[in-house]
Design a protein around this ligand. Sequence first.
Ligand SMILES: Nc1nc2c(c(=O)[nH]1)N[C@H]1C(S)=C(S)[C@@H](COP(=O)(O)OP(=O)(O)OC[C@H]3O[C@@H](n4cnc5c(=O)[nH]c(N)nc54)[C@H](O)[C@@H]3O)O[C@H]1N2
Ligand SMILES: Nc1nc2c(c(=O)[nH]1)N[C@H]1C(S)=C(S)[C@@H](COP(=O)(O)OP(=O)(O)OC[C@H]3O[C@@H](n4cnc5c(=O)[nH]c(N)nc54)[C@H](O)[C@@H]3O)O[C@H]1N2
Ligand code: SF4
Ligand SMILES: [Mo]
Length: 766
Amino acid sequence: MEANRGEFKTNWKEAQLMGPTQDDPTGREWTWEEDGYTVIRSNARSGPGCHDNCGILMYVKDGVLEKIEGDPENPYNQGRLCPRCLAFKEMLYHKDRLRYPMKRAKEDRGKNTFERITWDEAYDIIEREMKAVIEKYGPESIWVTQGTGRDINGYGKLMALCLGTPNYGTGFLSGQACYAPRMFSTSLKAGGLFICDYSQFFADRYDNPAWEPPGCILVWGNNPVVANSDGTLGHWVVECMKRGSKLIVIDPKLTWLAGKADVWLQVRPGTDTALVLALCNIIIENDLQDKEFIDLWCYGYNEFAENVKKYPASFAAKTCGVDEDLVVEAALEIGHAKSACLQWGVAMDHTSEGFITGMACFDLMALTGNFEKPGSMVAANPVWDMSVTWLPREWVWDGCHKPLEHPELTMNDKYPALNAIAAISPDMLLEAMETGKPYPIKAMFMMQNNAIACMGAQPQRILPALQKMDFNVVVDLFLTPTALACADVLLPAACFAERIGITGHQPYALGAIAQAVEPLGECKSDQRIIYEAGARFQSEEYKKWDSEEGMYDYLLRNTGLTYESLRERTWLYPEFEYYKYKSGKLRPDGTVGFATKTGRYNFYCPEMTYFGLSPLADYEEPPESPISRPDLAEKYPLVLTTGARSWGFFHSEHRQSPSMRKIHPEPTVLIHPETAEKYGIADGDWVKIENNYGSCKQKAKLSIRIRKDTVSADHAWWFPERDPNDGTLFGVMECNINKLIPMRPGKVGLGASYKSQLCSIAKAEG
Ligand SMILES: Nc1nc2c(c(=O)[nH]1)N[C@H]1C(S)=C(S)[C@@H](COP(=O)(O)OP(=O)(O)OC[C@H]3O[C@@H](n4cnc5c(=O)[nH]c(N)nc54)[C@H](O)[C@@H]3O)O[C@H]1N2
Ligand SMILES: Nc1nc2c(c(=O)[nH]1)N[C@H]1C(S)=C(S)[C@@H](COP(=O)(O)OP(=O)(O)OC[C@H]3O[C@@H](n4cnc5c(=O)[nH]c(N)nc54)[C@H](O)[C@@H]3O)O[C@H]1N2
Ligand code: SF4
Ligand SMILES: [Mo]
């Protein structure tokens, strides 16, 4: 790689950075010429969607992106890429990419009668229509929505601020059931987010002398090798296993990792809390708890220890449907391990009271002293306070907006926990769209949100609610079922290779997204769309920048970097240390301990009483399960889990990509062969999946990998190859498993039922 060594413009030795960095950037260039290509070094990001920032090298010839390779020097992925980045070109240059802003008459919603317009006309319409809604109903009647953790999210908040509405958040994601429940659990328990330590905080990774591989990794309701979710790459787990980490997997399905685990606990979906509490019980019974950590750094241990006596191994075995000996074996493995970490997945948030599961998981880690030591749970603090993308902070947009006039207008009366994390309730907002109460919702500004196909539960409610709005804006890469159903103005977003950006939501490194090619047609980055559209609603003070680069310079203003200097390095790792609760680095006041009110890890969580809940974690059956609803189970005897991630798709995306579709051509429901036989279903048959909320059909895939009492159905299917004028919205309602999932959060307003429902199955016509 001689060709990419050169001189930097920035003198890094003299640069006044906010803090010391780990890696030596000398000579690492961000662009160079090689074999007739211009090579651009960058960090991948959406769109299309992903939670990660893998290091990439983009090879460009004559203005065309010809190939992408993994950047072997980037510590994050060390040269490896998953199929979606390798097939990125198929999405970037797809014939169906939206290329121009478009409008459609409101009476044509659902029909493909979009007309091309200019950006100015698009912004004129948005200004006129949104101002009419604001005038008539107030700014709070606009809902600005986002999808999952793409880098646009922090900026979406700016759009809401510009429009003056408090209603900004995930679009129709029942119970904010993606990461928010777990993050809130951990902030109450430990005063912040803590994640597994796979050496990702170090620029020299597994070779760093301070790092040690976890003694034991618990992969809990997560499939990291496929999902690479929330800034964790699956191959990190594999690298730790190579270095001796033991593996415990908790999953109703035999995943690739479960097949390699020391212990695999094949739980009934929705019962995880019972298992965690039993593991805690067994550890205490065997006197394997970390007494020093508990004495010095924890609060309410005695109450906790007393409470988990209710959950012996036999309770977990019976409730979760697993072997009692295996529960004990897992507990002893964790209790004896020199260190352990818990890699949790969205399966937790996808049960109604998953918020409590998250709390219990942290109790298990605290009980065994697995905080802040190498190979345990370490604090995921934002890099140099740059949390612009995952958890937008108010200061980021300081001075760029008028304060919200009616912050009290969030619809969280029922859910004080949501107010505590400044989140909205998508469930309440859908109700408001339907009923006009507590106040009407009349306009949508939807970015990266294919709600009808994917994010929303009960799309049969969402579709009519969207179609009766006064005005809808959709920003996407493609004409999705949601856009076809409801967009009055449809705006084309740029892919990551077509724009610049900064990454930094993953708490290890700051990174730059470098532009490799010109945007297709008139596509623009979401960020630019937001500041251009936002300017129509804001006064002069908002106009702090007039370019994307200016915007990123503004965001980086406290770090000592500019966008250009960050791009020069491509990535930058701040210094990292362990045991921050001992050095005062977890608390804003610099005193030792955790950043909770008690200053300790809270086994007993006083704040829970504010939400009318028990301060200790306890088990509750899912609202619809064979045990809680035997009446329903008579008709719908199987447990339904949905949406397990697949290699080629990111949610509803990539159905257009020929190679990704080849991996996974049709919607499939995984059924145990004995169960299938009972219902007369053969491999490849179309199956009607039904419950008390609705029904859909998917193709049977028979496999002994899944529990006999459970079926696992795909989510987010639509058929972009269909004619948009055939009246089916790309077939979005035919195979849509979300018709069987209620828009109904857990008691605190967080958590939902995407992975724990009841259903019946029967052979269907094709
Ligand atoms: N390729 C790809 N990657 C993705 C995504 C994608 O769509 N495609 N989506 C991204 C997003 S937004 C998210 S939130 C993450 C999620 O990533 P993951 O957390 O990995 O989510 P899933 O694959 O839905 O579920 C993980 C595992 O939980 C198991 N499971 C199902 N129900 C239960 C249960 O009740 N208890 C337990 N213990 N396990 C259960 C499933 O069988 C599955 O193996 O992935 C992200 N990454
Ligand atoms: N049944 C079931 N339903 C689920 C889940 C499940 O496990 N089971 N998982 C849930 C979870 S955890 C999540 S997070 C949600 C995810 O829900 P979403 O984030 O809404 O996922 P998608 O629908 O794939 O993505 C929305 C749209 O974003 C567009 N897009 C991608 N990149 C960009 C970009 O850079 N800019 C713009 N403007 N648009 C872009 C895509 O083309 C797509 O149409 O789904 C939820 N739905
Ligand atoms: S996880 Fe896959 S799609 Fe996401 S950035 Fe990495 S290689 Fe690309
Ligand atoms: Mo998610």
